[in-house]
Design a protein around this ligand. Structure first.
Ligand code: ADP
Ligand code: DP6
Length: 335
């Protein structure tokens, strides 16, 4: 059906973090970042453009969203309307198979799915790389969710060349155990948190310098499928990012006591000869990068401290794609 499209995008977790913008209007980052797309966590989004609509509307998980959230979506869809030179209004329905605003990257899958659906519904035919520059304007981390596997977001020099580049399909023995310590919406959003850090933390310039080296090193580790090195760089990079926040004014931290329990558990497993490495984002949840073949063993150890419902095992995920008719039918999204 013309003017309608339904797209799935998976979240991604950065192994080399994006933490700070050099341009807030165009979402240009201070450094290049690199992520792994996740199979288990994703967003499905339907977009319909119709002359009959007098305004945009936005439904998230079946609930009509208020003005603030709808405006955010409208502003994002404006980018596509400008490209198409149309004033058509849209109805957006989105289902998150990931907790919203809880540090599990719902904004990454959300804006990648919305970008993919708007592109198809308007018949823009943007290629994935260009599409990633559009997704970026919704949320920086969404840039990387266009592709599957390991993905680099090249910081670029301007809005047109700050895009995602697929690095490796991650089709080797790699997985992640997510410890959903707390799925409540966070107090300091990543957007506010990174801005405060850039503006006030004396550790920030050192972070940028070190992230530049980390991205080169992690790409070398991926190229040689060196899992241990990949994990070591990932864990160190995440810790450095969280360090910058302690230096901000006022200082802040996303860590909770249970975050430390999860980190200590992973470190103890490592001492027992099971390679696994932690990373955290703008929330208390801990992501344990591991061999997929050892994910169940790691989960067993975590079960001593966390209940089953807080532990999610995932393999690397794929890039964005259209939903099948059967998948659309689940949401009554068939035309
Ligand atoms: P997270 O850690 O989940 O990415 P953020 O605070 O960075 O948290 O982003 C959450 C925000 O992303 C929400 O407040 C909402 O504005 C937006 N968002 C989340 N899911 C969707 C969705 N499916 N469609 C559109 N926007 C969404
Ligand atoms: C810690 O992409 O959510 O998860 O661009 O302002 O929307 P905005 O921020 P967002 O920040 C992600 C921060 C991070 C690290 C990362 O995903 O690279």
């Amino acid at each position: 059906m013309p003017n309608q499209a339904c797209v799935r995008a998976h979240t991604n977790i950065a192994l080399i973090k994006y933490w700070g913008k050099r341009d807030e209007t165009y979402f240009l980052p201070m450094n290049s970042s690199l992520s792994m797309t996740l199979d288990k966590l994703y967003t499905d989004t339907m977009v319909v453009f119709d002359e009959a609509f007098s305004q945009d509307s936005f439904y998230l998980n079946g609930e009509k969203q208020g003005e603030k959230e709808t405006q955010k979506i409208s502003k994002f869809i404006d980018l596509f309307r400008e490209e198409k030179k149309t004033a058509l209004r849209a109805r957006v329905e989105s289902i998150n198979h990931v907790p919203t605003a809880a540090g599990l990257a719902s904004s990454a899958s959300a804006f990648a799915a919305l970008a993919g659906a708007a592109n198809l519904a308007l018949g823009l035919d943007l290629d994935p790389q260009r599409l990633s520059t559009f997704a970026r304007r919704g949320s920086g981390s969404a840039t990387r969710s266009i592709y599957g596997g390991f993905v680099e977001w090249d910081m670029g020099t301007c809005s047109d060349d700050s895009f995602a580049v697929p690095v490796d399909d991650a089709n080797w023995d790699i997985g992640m155990v997510i410890v959903a310590v707390n799925q409540k919406a966070k107090e300091v959003s990543s957007r506010i948190g990174m801005k405060r850090t850039v503006e006030t933390s004396p550790f920030y310039p050192a972070w940028v310098e070190s992230a530049k080296k980390d991205i080169l090193d992690i790409k070398a580790a991926i190229a040689t499928k060196d899992f241990i090195r990949l994990g070591e760089i990932t864990e160190a990079n995440g810790m450095k990012m969280h360090g910058t926040m302690l230096g901000a004014e006022p200082p802040f931290s996303y860590w909770e006591p249970d975050s430390i329990v999860a980190i200590k558990t992973a470190q103890a497993l490592r001492k027992q000869g099971i390679p696994c490495y932690v990373t955290m984002d703008a929330g208390p949840n801990v992501k344990v990068l591991c061999r997929l073949s050892q994910a169940e063993t790691i989960k067993e150890a975590l079960l001593e401290h966390f209940t089953e419902d807080k532990l999610i095992i995932t393999k690397p995920g794929k890039g964005i794609r259209e939903l099948t008719a059967a998948e659309r039918a689940v949401y009554n999204w068939n035309d």
